[in-house]
Design a protein around this ligand. Structure first.
Ligand SMILES: Cc1cc2nc3c(=O)[nH]c(=O)nc-3n(C[C@H](O)[C@H](O)[C@H](O)COP(=O)(O)OP(=O)(O)OC[C@H]3O[C@@H](n4cnc5c(N)ncnc54)[C@H](O)[C@@H]3O)c2cc1C
Length: 412
């Protein structure tokens, strides 16, 4: 006779972590008829702390938010992204080259994507989770451990509650307790750099263009927000970003305007600034026994091109598609073959994107004599050679080969 307590809940899918990746996965899974449990350490009823993070949500990811039923809620506060511009901040004999690609470089209609404030996205997802049938939320509640019996996985929460599911999705962020419980190791490195992030009011109209200035010390970006505001991301050595973020509003404004007013026009700080260290971290496997890693749990990358959460959303769409294919053919959604398909689909793309961001970072942040002219030429080439520019733009579009159906806006 088994001494294991009978589970409080039996589900198809148990998701650990209700951040943007986990909550979106939960909504789409429940809407496609999977009995779903979502466990999140946050208290979704607590007033949302102001969060200076902002996400560049590309078209494909926006389609996923439509499938999750939150896109319309977000639309009034989402800033359409009409173009991306890169400017070389180093001086060259041929001037200051820049590259611009816009929505006209894409084959489809509409903007390249939308800028969405992290707190708005989380609020919209939390509200939708509360109103979705077939979806049970345990929050605040913490994952404590995982075990297996033939045909299912058992989750134990810190309060002793248990959940049994065919498949566990670890959407529990960069430190992923699920990944640790599965014994999956990570590879990567620290960049020795941090991002200073803050919201500002601009005087110059941004026109929905995200602009990035590549300086010898590192890139500085203005990402457009509604109401002619912008989210700033300034990459610097670890220590410098933290020191700047801790300064007074007047000191931060003075520093920003003395360095970047020529590039961005005068800026006025709104709310608090924050800094966070850059790391490259890739899990050695995206799957374990009856478990899949999704979002930051699977990898954390340099946020240079705003791809972090978009990669997480690709994971969500791919996992749902393999689950639905398995169900339609009568297979087990948590079987090793189902999970291997997910891993094969996602791991290469995610690793290549992480390494591409790493390469851009190395090219543009290094001010040695060789890299400097190359940096200018790279930007010139990107501007002048149409196919390269279109390839850059396609990254932002929903018509890339191999993209999961939900990111193309197709039904499953
Ligand atoms: C400080 C900071 C600033 C950033 N700024 C930007 C930005 O401006 N733009 C951008 O594109 N990206 C930014 N990023 C990256 C971006 O936030 C992530 O890519 C994104 O949040 C990943 O979403 P996720 O759902 O995978 O993980 P997370 O957002 O990390 O969510 C993980 C969830 O798991 C839950 N959890 C953790 N442990 C447990 C447990 N034991 N039990 C239950 N639940 C648990 C947490 O409560 C959380 O809700 C930033 C990251 C950081 C750290």
């Amino acid at each position: 006779m088994s001494t294991r307590p009978s589970p409080a809940q039996i589900a198809d899918l148990a998701i650990i972590g209700g951040g943007p990746a986990g909550a979106t996965l939960a909504l789409v899974a429940a809407r496609h008829g999977f009995e779903t449990v979502l466990v999140d350490a946050r208290d979704p009823t607590a007033p949302t702390r102001r969060d200076p993070r902002n996400y560049a949500i590309v078209q494909g990811s926006w389609h996923l938010l439509e499938a999750a039923g939150v896109a319309e809620t977000l639309r009034p506060d989402a800033q359409p992204l009409n173009g991306l511009e890169a400017v070389d901040g180093a001086r060259h004999w041929f001037g200051a080259p820049s590259a611009l690609f816009t929505k006209e470089d894409l084959s489809g209609d509409g903007p390249l994507g939308y800028m969405v404030e992290a707190a708005r996205l989380q609020d919209a997802l939390d509200a939708a989770v509360a109103g979705t049938s077939g979806l049970t939320r345990y929050a605040p509640a913490r994952f404590a451990g995982l075990s297996h019996t033939p045909g299912s996985a058992q989750i134990v929460l810190e309060d002793g509650e248990t959940v049994e599911a065919a498949l566990v999705a670890g959407c529990d962020g960069g430190n992923s307790p699920v990944r640790n419980a599965l014994g999956i190791e990570i590879e990567g490195r620290s960049y020795g750099k941090s991002v200073f992030a803050a919201d500002v009011e601009l005087e110059r109209p941004h026109g929905g263009i995200a602009r990035q200035l590549f300086t010898p010390e590192g890139p500085f970006a203005t990402l457009p927000l509604t109401g002619n505001r912008a989210n700033l991301a300034w990459y610097m050595k670890t220590g410098a970003a933290e020191t700047l973020a801790a300064m007074s509003t007047a000191e931060i404004e003075a520093e920003l305007n003395s360095r970047f007013a020529e590039f961005a026009g005068p800026m006025k700080l709104i709310g608090e600034a924050l800094s966070y260290p850059l790391v490259l971290q890739i899990a050695r496997s995206m799957v374990g026994e009856r478990a899949a890693l999704v979002g930051d749990a699977a990898r954390r990358i340099n946020p240079l091109a705003g791809q972090g959460l978009n990669l997480g959303f690709k994971d969500v769409a791919a996992l749902i598609e393999v689950m639905i294919d398995a169900r339609q053919t009568g297979l087990d959604i948590g079987a090793a073959t189902t999970l291997e398909r997910y891993q094969q689909w996602r791991r290469f793309d995610a690793a290549m994107t992480a390494l591409a961001m790493d390469g851009i970072d190395r090219t543009f942040s290094n001010d040695n004599m060789i890299a400097k002219p190359l940096r200018g030429l790279a930007l010139l080439a990107a501007d002048r050679i149409g196919p390269i520019r279109r390839a850059m733009a396609r990254q932002a579009s929903a018509d890339q080969p191999g993209l999961p159906k939900l990111l193309r806006g197709e039904a499953l």
